[in-house]
Design a protein. Structure first.
Lengths: 481, 140
């Protein structure tokens, strides 16, 4: 297992070195260095904000393709609840499920059905753990990763239950083994995901040692193929659906809370809102609530970047579809609560710590404060860091220098050029012969000046803030005449 | 002190929505130091209560946080009305907060008692008409 595996990566050829992604990243994990964005693996929580914000589509997402089905003797598709909310006028979930079989899967297991089991286990856990109120939902892997690196106080409030997708994967495999008699490893359990966080989860899960997921496909990749198949089966789909409204509603923000059957909850969506709520939980301001549902994406899972439909339209579709669904699943027997509990606790990862000891961290934090005070406080991003403070931290971590700040650099260039001018003026004024020593001193200053001017060029910093490299002699020069 | 970090914040007096900025900033810095979760929690509660007190009662003030390898010391200094009866102010539920503050959910009379509860040591230096300085220490 790779501790900091991520599904988000950068296509260098598409990155133009703008500063949109560094500004949006909730953990300040991205820097633009040498004109290209770089993601700091330890800080990234796979929320997909940078994918959403990049105008040039330079942030790419790893995921599997349908070819993965060939690696197994028997395959089960695990559709996320949000999959159903991508289609216009869908009045029967069975149409989607039957279309999945026609795409080559041998079986389907709805994550929405497993969600109903998780709801039952969540209700029991929350009611028997009053001392930990408010408990925080763990269904969104980005939220759990965010808490793991940024909210050490809240790790103990995480609801220690497997997310619906993991429960679905276990039950799907169990059922497939029973039906086919095949060994578990010949069965491929494949999730159809709305987001990159779940792609990462399959490789690097939270709360369990190893995930039962064998692969993850993106909803948007399957969408056109599914549409084609759905046309064929629309009139006579197989009766495969097991989940009800309660489970399917997990696809939107507030759906999970609905399953808690209590009014004492809060549901927040969108990563910035999630952070605001977590700050308040940390300060003990929400201790009157039992449960907090948090989704990193706007609108909940329907806001994931691997979806097709916009989250608000998807929510409207849920309303229409819900009217045709039973309240909750009637086919599944209640799961053993122990089978839903986490088996590997999530622990705080102090990735933002400055030093290795408190003493060292204090000394470095002092430097951060001193440096931050020297910077202009514009948070312009021209250094490649999202804020002046972030640059100060990069400097004390040994990853940047003061001259990354274009304002400090410009001031220094002025000083250097003034010094050069003074040296020349001095020689002229005294009308004396220029000594070898003076020439060397002047050459040194000019050399330094050149180096610093070059630091303003493209290639050293975000392209938007860089001065285009000097024209070669004889090249095209703009001539207003 | 050479081996400590000093953080200073101005707490505005007229804006409830900004109360908590100093405690948030402090919290963020303490996380960079890698202090234990429990300590960060206690510091942020004490800071927040202290900030709210200055907003409600004293038209703002100054918060100074000093982090040394042994302790986190918070000094919350204002030039407000002062506390006429410190013993009463320390009683849970006793409050002189205005109706407006109570309407916003503040003024439950738990500010100072809570600060004391989460600190290892706390002193209140106050004079009517001059101001109040609360010093709260959490040992590391």
């Amino acid at each position: 297992m790779e501790k900091f595996f991520h599904s988000v990566y950068l296509d260098d050829s598409l990155c133009r070195g703008c500063i949109n992604c560094i500004k949006r990243c909730p953990t300040q994990a991205i820097r633009v260095q040498n004109g290209k964005a770089r993601i700091t693996s330890e800080f990234c929580i796979d929320c997909g904000e940078c994918v959403r914000t990049c105008s040039y589509h330079a942030k790419k997402l790893r995921r599997d393709t349908l070819e993965i089905l060939d690696q197994f003797d028997y395959t089960v598709a695990l559709p996320a609840p949000s999959l159903y909310l991508q289609f216009h006028n869908l009045d029967d979930v069975n149409i989607v499920l039957t279309a999945l079989l026609r795409l080559g899967f041998d079986d389907v297991y709805e994550v929405a059905a497993a969600a109903e089991l998780v709801s039952a286990a969540s209700r029991a856990y929350v009611q028997s753990h009053r001392e930990s109120w408010p408990l925080i939902s763990t269904a969104c892997p980005s939220v759990v990763r965010l808490i793991r690196v940024r909210f050490p106080n809240l790790v103990e409030r995480l609801l220690p239950l497997k997310p619906p997708v993991e429960v679905a994967a276990e039950l799907a495999r169990e059922r497939a083994v029973k039906r086919t008699g095949l060994p578990g490893h010949r069965i491929g359990v494949i999730f159809l995901s709305p987001c990159p966080a779940k792609v990462t989860y399959a490789r690097d899960p939270l709360g369990v040692e190893r995930s039962h997921l064998d692969g993850v496909l993106a909803i948007k990749d399957l969408y056109p193929l599914l549409l084609e198949q759905m046309k064929q089966v629309r009139s006579d789909p197989q009766a495969l659906a097991a989940a009800g409204r309660a489970g399917v509603s997990w696809g939107i923000s507030g759906g999970e809370s609905g399953g808690m059957e209590s009014e004492s909850y809060l549901a927040a969506d969108g990563i910035e809102n999630v952070i605001r709520v977590l700050e308040e939980v940390e300060d003990d301001k929400l201790s009157h609530l039992q449960f907090i549902e948090l989704d990193a994406c706007d609108g909940g899972c329907v806001g994931g970047v691997l979806n097709v439909e916009n989250p608000f339209v998807a929510r409207a579709k849920l309303r229409a579809l819900s009217a045709r669904l039973p309240r909750s699943d009637r086919h599944l027997r209640p799961a053993d609560p122990d089978s839903i509990a986490w088996t590997a606790p999530v622990r705080y990862e102090p990735v933002f710590r400055l030093g290795s000891s408190l003493k060292e961290s204090i000394a470095l934090a002092r430097q951060v404060e001193e440096l931050t005070a020297q910077f202009p406080g514009l948070d312009c991003g021209c250094c490649g860091a999202p804020s002046c403070r972030a640059l100060a931290e990069d400097i004390v971590r040994g990853l940047a220098s003061r001259h990354f700040c274009i304002h400090i650099l410009r001031d220094h260039i002025h000083t250097l050029s003034d010094t050069c001018a003074d040296m020349i003026a001095d020689v002229v004024a005294k009308n004396q012969e220029c000594s070898q020593e003076r020439i060397q001193a002047l050459a040194g200053q000019l050399d330094q000046l050149n180096t610093e001017i070059a630091m303003m060029d493209v290639g050293h910093r975000p392209a938007a803030c860089a001065v285009p490299a000097a024209q070669e002699e004889g090249g095209d020069v703009y001539d207003p005449a | 002190m050479d081996d400590s970090l000093v953080l200073e914040y101005d707490v505005p007096g007229d804006d409830f929505t900004r109360a908590g900025e100093a405690s948030s900033a402090t919290k963020a810095t303490l996380k960079r130091l890698g202090l234990p979760a429990d300590i960060i929690r206690r510091v942020s509660i004490v800071m927040y209560e202290g900030e709210i007190n200055m907003v409600i009662h004293a038209d703002g003030g100054k918060a100074t946080v000093t982090v040394s390898p042994d302790a986190v010391t918070m000094v919350l200094k204002d030039t407000g009305p002062g506390i006429p009866d410190v013993d009463k102010a320390m009683q849970a539920g006793w409050s002189t907060a205005s109706g407006a503050a109570r309407d916003l959910g503040f003024g439950a009379g738990m500010g100072l008692p809570n600060m004391k509860k989460w600190s290892d040591r706390m002193t209140i230096d106050t004079a009517v008409g001059v101001g109040t300085t609360v010093t709260a220490v959490i040992d590391l």
